[in-house]
Design a protein around this ligand. Structure first.
Ligand code: CA
Ligand code: CA
Length: 176
């Protein structure tokens, strides 16, 4: 499936109609959850669903209408492609080594120990594996936290000094 450029509107409309099961003209969280797949019969993480709807719901309705759907669809297919490219052994999930490659490719530099923390946080099966939904959650969370940190790290030395209330403000203003 082509993921570059805007997908054709007729195609998008046919997908939108399939996802909008109750024909309400908008995609609710549970409809999006039903449409997305981890490829292993597990339900898509509701946190990731909330995150995605929040990112593309420009009208603030809490749902995705057809105008908003194109951008969401592109986002999902781009992530699918990214996930597949890092799932080197084609197992349908990301192990620690694959995560390390992915995260390093995104430009982050972490110690070995930090990968234990990441695996612990995003490996919901407890088998040392990260599925598609949690992979998105992991990457988006890293991105959001890094952006919040960078705002304070004006001299870019990787160290920030912030007060207690500033810290709370930073944490509470994060989207996820
Ligand atoms: Ca609907
Ligand atoms: Ca794999």
């Amino acid at each position: 499936m082509a993921t570059t450029g805007a997908p054709d509107r007729n195609f998008l409309w046919s997908v939108f109609q399939k996802v909008d099961k109750d024909r309400s003209g908008a995609i609710e969280a549970q409809e999006l959850q039903a449409a997305l797949s981890n490829g292993n019969w597990t339900k898509f993480n509701p946190e990731t669903i909330r995150l995605m709807i929040g990112m593309f719901d420009r009208t603030g309705s809490g749902t995705i209408n057809f105008d908003e759907f194109g951008a969401l669809w592109k986002y999902v297919t781009d992530w699918q492609q990214c996930f597949r490219s890092f799932d080197k052994d084609g197992s349908g999930n990301i192990n620690r080594e694959e995560l390390q490659t992915a995260v390093t490719t995104f430009g982050y530099r972490f110690s070995d120990n930090f990968y234990n923390v990441l695996m612990k946080r995003f490996d919901r099966s407890g088998k040392g594996l990260i599925f598609f939904d949690d992979f998105i959650q992991c990457c988006v969370t890293l991105h959001t936290l890094t952006a919040a940190f960078s705002q304070h790290d004006t001299d870019r030395d990787g160290i920030i000094t912030i007060g207690y209330e500033q810290f709370l403000h930073m944490v509470f203003s994060l989207r996820n």
